[in-house]
Ligand binder design. Structure first.
Ligand code: FES
Length: 352
């Protein structure tokens, strides 16, 4: 079952006109949640009396910051983010579910890291950068960072300070769509030619096998920008395994399935020393079935994006219905309960 924590806001710092960083401490008797750079915290909020959940990446790093921070940007119709920015302040408490996320640094570290971020996509990248720049003789880093202008660029001062402090290890190229002639910047949207040119400037005109093996890319931007970057990198022959992405938006919602209440499946769950079981109807996701019966399995996005709901299948079969494909998984596979439908009479799951 999901473990829910109480956290207290102890600071709120305005980063740009529409973005603030919240500093959090434990409001219950437990220690602060542990996390890795690049992971996120799921907040459970009640803006208008109705529960909504959102994932917020840590902008702090466990290597350099005692406190936890998350950075939140105002978005059009953003029920959770806008409510946090407008109504939550130092002294208030919020509920949080799990820490999760796979946008984490590889071990061992490669020789080079290239980041592509846009807007608030910088938040998990910030957690990486703090960690990497605190590591002596860490990798060479290129950050490509797209925004409207410098006034709306989150963490710009810190990034500029790092460029001064670590000129041999850290380079940032800004892309400003509405500001000309700013230092370290290119005017215009970040597109394929700008991306390729920045890569060549970083790696040299000729991209070698060593560059391909020893450079890892992290993309955290709107889907269209990440798609452009991924395709460009694949054309340049960078291996798929060296390209990591953080998704904020589902690519497309899967079609709704018809729920057949005459057919059921049994889901047996093991978590720690505990076991419990529940039934799902045919056409109902495992997560929705659990929640309908008052069983709190962990989740945030309910769309196959955030991976908060991952469980290991240890028996039976599960259909994972993504936006554009269905994959059948069996024993040993990690499955997302939010897009997972039982495909055998019984399914066994193991939760961390
Ligand atoms: S809840 Fe986000 S992937 Fe399932």
């Amino acid at each position: 079952m999901e473990s829910v924590r109480r956290l207290r806001i102890i600071g709120k710092h305005q980063e740009t006109p529409d973005t603030a960083t919240f500093t959090l401490e434990a409001a219950d008797e437990k220690a602060l949640p542990a996390y890795r750079p690049g992971q996120f915290l799921s907040l459970i909020l009640y803006p208008h009396g109705k529960e909504i959940r959102r994932a917020y990446s840590f902008s702090s790093s466990p290597a350099t910051d005692k406190a936890l921070t998350i950075t939140v940007k105002r978005v059009v119709n953003g029920a959770a983010s806008n409510w946090l920015l407008d109504h939550v302040d130092a002294g208030d408490e919020v509920l949080s579910a799990s820490v999760a996320g796979q946008f984490v640094l590889p071990a061992p570290l490669p020789r080079r890291l290239v980041y592509l971020a846009a807007g608030s996509g910088i938040t998990p990248v910030m957690s990486h950068l703090k960690t990497l720049l605190a590591t002596p003789e860490g990798p060479e880093i290129l950050l490509l960072y797209a925004n409207r202008d410098s006034a709306n660029t989150i963490f710009k001062k810190q990034i500029d300070d790092w460029q001064e402090q670590f000129p041999e290890r850290f380079t940032c190229r800004y892309f400003f769509s509405r500001e000309k002639n700013a230092a370290h910047s290119t005017f215009g949207h970040l597109n394929k030619s700008g991306f390729e040119e920045a890569l060549h400037r970083f790696l040299g005109r000729r991209i070698t096998g060593a560059h391909r093996r020893d450079t890892v890319f992290f993309l955290c931007a709107p889907n269209a920008l990440m798609r452009m970057a991924r395709m460009t990198l694949r054309v340049l022959d960078f291996p798929e395994k060296n390209i990591r992405q953080e998704f904020y938006q589902p690519v497309r919602q899967p079609a709704l399935r018809t729920v057949d209440t005459t057919k059921t499946h049994t889901i047996r769950v093991v978590q720690g020393g505990e076991q419990f079981q529940f039934e799902t109807f045919e056409g109902e996701t495992i997560l929705n079935a659990a929640l309908r019966q008052g069983i709190q399995l962990p989740y945030t996005c309910k769309a196959g994006v955030c991976l908060t709901c991952l469980a290991q299948c240890t028996g039976g079969q599960v259909d994972l219905v993504f936006a554009e494909s269905t994959r059948r998984e069996g024993s040993g596979a990690m499955i997302n309960t939010c897009i997972g439908y039982a495909a055998s009479k019984a399914v066994d799951l193991k939760l961390e």
